[in-house]
Write a protein that binds this ligand. Structure first.
Ligand code: 8YV
Length: 314
């Protein structure tokens, strides 16, 4: 395709969607480049930039693109994007909500089960031959009928809460503000929610507003039989306080899809059988990742054709 570039793409959306975008639009592909500020020069006319929550967006890059009108980002989180710098320039932004809610919620439940019922430990026990050598596996902790505290009752938090019905669990939540339209009880104090809950599941956004809201006191309140599950962002938890609380037995267990400095996990956690770890894969199913990539493309298309985004960040 000839003519000025329409799209600058600094994150890949997978081979199929990358190829489809390149077939339909004039795309400058920069996802393998580190020095974006210099490499972006040929795309001065581009009106759309495609990025991801992993790749982020710096204001210095926005400054190099005088015609930029929209930023379409892959991922529901956007704490790595300089949203205010974009907005100051009148640029609109989109993320990929809705399509990943159920897969992330499924993973939260997988972590609740793997931590409480020790499914990963049991798997190693069987495969390592201990079932035949030692015999019966130690008892684990019941999930059904327990109390589930959800921190952040957005779309993902709601999907996690909905699943609790099948396990006869009572649900309460903590949120920036009460949601009177939902059937779950609101708990204005995170500390009080942690005290009440058997499972505390974090589903709130990352960024400075939620940094370390799960602190030593909250972990202590969750207590020696409580289980923390984090499918949100590692920054939400004071990680050294969590490691200490797990080591001392003040916290019962943790199921973590995210940590503060990914992919570096505090090494103390590797030897703890009451901790289940996953490598930040909440949305990482073939189906959901395909839906996310297509939604980024559809946002870009909608902006280029009609001047508006389908799923704007508000
Ligand atoms: C991704 C996510 O799994 O959408 C988000 O904000 O965190 C997840 O969908 C993650 O970005 C992978 O690094």
């Amino acid at each position: 395709m000839s003519g000025p570039y329409q799209i600058v793409q600094i994150a890949s959306l997978g081979d199929d969607v990358d190829a489809e975008l390149a077939r339909r639009y004039r795309v400058l592909p920069l996802w393998n480049e580190a020095d974006l500020e210099n490499m972006v020069a040929p795309a001065r006319d581009a009106s759309v930039l495609i990025t991801s929550v992993r790749r982020g967006l710096r204001s210095s890059l926005i400054d190099k693109l005088p015609n930029l009108g929209a930023v379409c980002s892959w991922g529901v989180g956007y704490e790595t994007l300089d949203v205010s710098a974009a907005r100051e320039r009148g640029i609109v932004l989109s993320n990929t909500p809705h399509v990943l809610d159920n897969c992330v919620a499924d993973l939260a439940w997988a972590l609740m089960f793997s931590t409480a019922r020790r499914t990963s430990v049991g798997d190693r026990y069987v495969k390592g031959g201990q079932w035949t050598e030692i015999g019966a596996f130690p008892l684990s902790t019941r999930v059904w009928g327990k109390r589930l505290g959800v921190v952040g009752l957005g779309r993902i938090g709601m999907a996690i809460a909905r699943r609790a019905m099948g396990f006869d669990m009572e649900v309460r939540y903590h949120n920036r503000s009460e949601r009177p339209e939902v059937q779950y009880q609101y708990e204005p104090s995170l500390l009080a929610l942690a005290e009440w809950a058997d499972f505390l599941v974090l589903a709130c956004p990352g960024g400075p507003e939620t940094r370390h809201i799960v602190n030593r006191d909250v972990l202590k309140a969750l207590g020696s039989t409580g289980i923390l599950v984090n499918i949100a962002r590692g920054t939400v938890v004071d990680e050294s306080a969590m490691v200490e609380a797990l080591a001392s037995g003040e916290l019962g267990g943790a199921g973590l899809d995210v940590v503060a400095n990914e992919p570096h996990v505090p090494p103390e956690l590797f030897t703890m059988d009451n901790v289940s770890l996953m490598p930040h894969v909440g949305s990482a199913t073939l189906e959901t990742r395909s839906d996310m990539a297509r939604l980024v493309m559809q946002n870009a298309e909608s902006f280029l054709e009609h001047g508006r985004l389908l799923t704007p960040i508000v």
